[in-house]
Ligand binder design. Structure first.
Ligand SMILES: Cc1ncc(COP(=O)(O)O)c(C=O)c1O
Length: 361
């Protein structure tokens, strides 16, 4: 018998792996991660550099300046905000705080895989509701909830499908879940979605006592490398997360840069405008070279490679890599014939289409 063995659930987790640009001196175009192609805000960079001179000190455990900046920017109550080392950490913390062995946590079919990892790490059981055509099916989620369901995760919009459900559907989901279930709304891509029927979930948080909204600085704000996410929710949830998080979980340069990024409306507008211009272009061009593209409201698209016995997804990925381009295979999302492709800079998007046209004929 092994003396050391992690608890059940941990063995089901596959460590994160993704294709990395080889260090071969070539300039690689990485469209495999959902990053901001324009980079960070210059205000965030300046704040980061200034904070560097004080990195011999521990960060502010109370995250005060950053929480106040978030509260001001989003007109929300500072006492109901908690920050974490990326929204990924927050997903883990809230799962750990509210679910454990014997509990169920509800997710959707092609939902963000970070949820499953957190659920398994906490020793809880994931239950999965089917989607319809890559869109969350609220009734299917309600039907899957039981008296053991402690958390329901909804990524809205979702990664990797790029689809969203409107605010009234989110409200219907909340109303249909048992009162003992915490609805976690992961709004990582909210900044890209300006559809009139969409809401990041702020009002739902404010009108209920069992909803937590999660946001990130990794996407629109271009700070993926710094790892800053935040949550807005009821006092009981914020207190539980604060109780178990590391006191210094967000580094001081990260807190400073994130707070500064919120003041850079110009960077945000430029990022939004870039995406609004290139997302439709990319979707159109991908269709033109033969991929099936699903409509996205995010900074990436999900594209299906045509069924052709002589050409699989891997052959496409290999050809792109040969041309110095990385995209994301999404087989572990139950989408073995699809790729997730992030909107890049103009020349990157164009290089991708040229390389795809070569391999797809
Ligand atoms: C839906 C969703 N939630 C959360 C995350 C985690 O983001 P981060 O930990 O960088 O804040 C991602 C990252 O891709 C995501 O797509």
């Amino acid at each position: 018998m092994d003396l050391l063995s992690p608890r059940p659930g941990v063995g089901q987790i596959k460590p994160y792996r993704s294709q990395r640009p080889p260090q071969d001196g070539r300039r690689w175009i990485d469209l495999s991660l959902t990053q901001n192609p324009l980079g960070p805000s210059h205000l965030a960079l300046a704040a980061y550099r200034e904070a560097a001179s004080a990195i011999h000190r521990y960060p502010d455990w109370s995250q005060d300046a950053l929480r106040h900046a978030i509260a001001r920017r989003h007109s929300i109550d500072v006492d109901h905000i908690v920050c974490a080392n990326g929204s990924e950490e927050l997903i883990h913390l809230v799962t750990q705080a509210f679910a454990g062995p014997g509990d169920e946590v509800l997710c959707h079919e092609h939902g963000y895989r970070g949820f499953l990892k957190a659920i398994r790490a906490a020793g809880a059981t994931a239950t999965i509701a089917a989607e319809r055509e890559f869109v969350v099916d609220v009734q299917a989620m309600i039907d899957r909830a039981t008296d053991r369901t402690k958390i329901c995760f909804l990524a809205n919009p979702n990664n990797p499908t790029g689809t969203f459900i409107p605010a009234d559907q989110v409200q219907r989901l909340r109303a249909g879940l048992p009162p003992h279930t915490l609805l976690v709304l992961d709004s990582a891509y909210a900044d890209y979605c300006r559809r009139p029927t969409y809401s990041d979930g702020t009002e739902i948080v404010e009108n209920s006592d069992n909803v937590l909204m999660i946001r990130t600085f990794s996407k629109m704000h271009g700070l993926a490398g710094l790892r800053v996410g935040w949550g807005y929710g009821p006092a009981a949830v914020i207190e539980a997360v604060n109780a178990i998080r590391g006191a210094f979980n967000v580094s001081s340069p990260a807190q400073a840069a994130a707070a500064a990024a919120l003041a850079d409306a110009e960077h945000e507008e430029a990022t939004y405008a870039h995406n609004a211009q290139w997302l439709p272009w990319l979707s159109r061009e991908l269709e033109r070279v033969g991929l099936r593209v699903y409509p996205s409201v995010c900074n990436f698209v999900l594209a299906r490679v045509p069924t052709d016995p002589s050409l699989g997804v891997q052959a496409v990925i290999d050809h792109l890599a040969h041309r110095g381009l990385l995209v994301k295979p999404v087989a572990d999302y139950g989408l073995p014939d699809c790729l997730r492709i992030t909107v890049g800079r103009e020349e990157e998007n164009k290089a991708l289409i040229v390389a795809l046209a070569e391999v797809l004929g």
